[in-house]
Design a protein. Structure first.
Length: 339
């Protein structure tokens, strides 16, 4: 009878030990523990934001949160002192010395602020399309942070603009959550711009512009006016009517069709009548583009005739010179081609 009693006693002791262990584990799992990091929504830090298992005091505010979009730290000693007044003791510090606290937010980048201003200036002051307006703020514009729950966007409440100086002053409403808005004051200069073609190097008169010679830049519209070449393809292949300098906006009057015939160039004189085409070599007394009437020296007869430029190095003698044509046919029959 002794052995069963001893066995029963050991079983009872084991059960009691298991219960005690389970209770200890349960108590350990429910013990308040500091968090290494916390993300805060709103402008108040509460005990439950920093302490796991804070219990009924979890919603009690203890600190002011960092500004929107900012991160800060709070020492463990400061946290323990703050929660002690609320009967939260025995907090496990988990070996931490400080807690990192981040304020949750939604970012509105600088580009959105700039776009807001260009749209407002375009709509209210007739500065042309918003994409053509350049805004220079008086001070650097940084990313704006708002409450993550806020879906509202920035709004221009008021704006003034001086067309002569380009200065503007604006009041912008920034969503602050719960239907509230903060005020942001902005100032700077804004200009309507236009894309303008200019040359990358000095171009001599008569030189033909190549693709590498042209660059397109944005310039204030008030500086260049409206009579400018805005596209690269509108200048490439044309010749400089005057000497062109880098940085100077290109205008239609600055360029021309390239000469198809150069002064003193050897050209082909062409005379056509029904049934006969006569070609004779000549020397251009002047240059010109297609359609220009120029003087050409007939190198065989040593006479100067007039003709119309019809292509590179080719000049058509007008039908008003039948005697010339007859003389040249007789003298240059070998050059005639019968149709």
């Amino acid at each position: 009878m002794i052995r069963p009693i001893i066995t029963t006693a050991f079983i009872a002791i084991g059960l009691l030990t298991g219960v005690a262990t389970a209770q200890a584990q349960q108590q350990a799992s429910n013990r308040p523990v500091l968090k290494a990091e916390a993300i805060i929504t709103g402008d108040i830090v509460r005990i439950g934001d920093l302490v796991e298992n804070a219990g009924v005091v979890a919603s009690v505010p203890i600190f002011r949160a960092p500004d929107l979009g900012c991160t800060g730290t709070v020492s463990v000693d400061a946290v323990l002192e703050a929660v002690r007044d609320h009967a939260l003791i025995g907090v496990d510090t988990a070996g931490l010395r400080e807690i990192v606290v981040t304020r949750a937010s939604r970012a509105i980048p600088e580009k959105n602020v700039e776009d807001l201003m260009t749209r407002a200036l375009s709509a209210r002051f007739n500065l042309g399309p918003a994409k053509d307006i350049v805004v220079n703020f008086a001070r650097d514009i940084r990313t704006i942070y708002v409450e993550p729950s806020s879906s509202a966007e920035l709004k221009v409440a008021h704006i003034d603009y001086d067309a002569r100086s380009g200065r503007f002053d604006a009041i912008v409403e920034v969503p602050a959550g719960a239907g509230r808005r903060n005020i942001l004051r902005l100032a700077g200069r804004a200009f309507a711009t236009v894309e303008t073609a200019t040359v990358t190097r000095t171009i001599e008169r008569g030189a033909v512009l190549k693709d590498a010679d042209i660059v397109v830049e944005r310039r204030p519209r008030s500086e260049v006016g409206r009579d400018v070449i805005t596209r690269r393809e509108d200048a490439v292949g044309l010749a400089a009517r005057v000497s062109l300098q880098p940085g100077r906006p290109l205008r239609p009057a600055d360029v021309m069709q390239p000469d198809l015939v150069q002064r003193n160039e050897t050209v082909t004189l062409v005379y056509e009548v029904p049934g006969i085409t006569l070609t004779i070599r000549g020397r251009a007394a002047e240059g010109g583009v297609e359609g220009d009437v120029i003087n050409v020296l007939n190198e065989q007869s040593r006479r100067t005739v007039q003709g119309v430029i019809i292509g590179p190095g080719r000049v058509a003698v007008t039908n008003g010179s039948p005697r010339l044509a007859a003389n040249q046919i007789s003298r240059s029959a070998t050059n005639a081609n019968m149709r």
